[in-house]
Write a protein that binds this ligand. Structure first.
Ligand SMILES: NC(=O)CC[C@H](N)C(=O)O
Length: 312
């Protein structure tokens, strides 16, 4: 059987990433993440019904951090439905992921579920009918079912590390509470949020977990088609914070990044792609991960805006 031509593209992109001299800066505000080797790189593509293709360090687990926000959002929408939108918006913020600026102007209603303030509200909403242990258990069950892998777990050291230093998130949570947009004690919601961010996955597992957003035959059906479409829309407009426009311009696919250096992108109807490189750009998104996605989109023609063609 001839080798899948996609494998050659992944190998080529990985070789280019290995040669890169500018790798970005590893997140150091969470001490456990500061010691990750920035030289690592991985890419994985999961096409429903076909074997997952990988290249680079695709079996190495990393902290998914804010990529967890999309799984918690799917869970929250499953439990609350459209009621969630009374507490969090659906517009890009144009600000950093941990910004407080708009929260004061907009009276404690975060712009979207992917900035920290919005994710903290989303987690708080899931805690409406569940203890932290139950909410995290439900999140892990969702992710494991999506990936088809029971081994996925939370790294307690990373959660403890962020609990000790996550002062800005503490400030956001208390500010939300002052506006009545946090129903639980801030420490309780934050404890749950820090643990969800500390879910650890390899690139191969993350690509597999993203298949539920791809749709089509062979994709796990964990959310309705309508909801899949809406989560993808939010990933496109808000998934990379103030770098979302840049990601749409360069890659043209819905994506969600995390400060662990992971990105999950969706090619609707075709594939789920995970990339990982721990060095971040100035938006706090993986620098080489973004470059790799840009190359993959160009070389495969995978973009919701049509193939690259010639001319730039
Ligand atoms: N962008 C991110 O990945 C941020 C997640 C991180 N846990 C934080 O709240 O700061």
């Amino acid at each position: 059987m001839a080798a899948d031509p996609l494998q050659a593209i992944l190998d080529e992109i990985t070789a280019e990433a290995r040669d890169a001299t500018e790798r970005g800066k590893v997140a150091d505000y969470i001490p456990e993440l500061a010691c990750i080797d920035p030289g690592q790189f991985a890419i994985a593509v999961a096409r429903p019904g076909q074997p997952t293709l990988t290249a680079g360090d695709a079996g190495v687990p990393f902290s998914i951090q804010s990529v967890s926000k999309l799984f918690m959002l799917a869970l929250a929408l499953g439990r609350l439905g459209d009621r969630l939108w009374s507490r969090v918006g659906r517009e890009p913020s144009g600000q950093a992921f941990d910004s407080m600026l708009l929260l004061e102007l907009e009276k404690g209603r975060p712009r979207n579920p992917f900035i920290n303030a919005g994710a903290i509200v989303t987690t708080d909403a899931v805690l409406e009918g569940a203890t932290p242990r139950e909410a995290l258990g439900a999140l892990l069950r969702f992710i494991r079912a999506a990936a088809g892998d029971e081994a996925i777990h939370i790294n307690d050291r990373v959660a403890a590390s962020e609990t000790a230093t996550g002062h800005r998130n503490v400030a956001l949570a208390h500010y939300l509470r002052s506006h009545g947009n946090l129903r639980n004690p801030p420490e309780m919601t934050l404890g749950t949020y820090f643990h969800q961010c500390a879910v650890e996955m390899s690139c191969a597992q993350l690509a597999d977990a993203g298949r539920f957003l791809v749709g089509g035959a062979g994709a796990p059906r964990l959310v309705s088609k309508a909801r899949t479409r809406r989560i993808n829309a939010l990933m496109m407009t808000c998934g990379h914070y103030d770098g979302s426009g840049d990601y749409a311009f360069r890659v043209g696919l819905p994506g969600k990044s995390g400060v662990g250096g992971g990105i999950l992108s969706v090619v609707p109807g075709v594939a789920s792609v995970a990339v990982w490189s721990p060095g971040l750009n100035h938006y706090g998104n993986s620098r080489l991960g973004t470059e790799a996605m840009e190359r993959l989109a160009a070389r495969t023609g995978w973009s919701v805006f049509g193939p690259e063609g010639k001319g730039g």
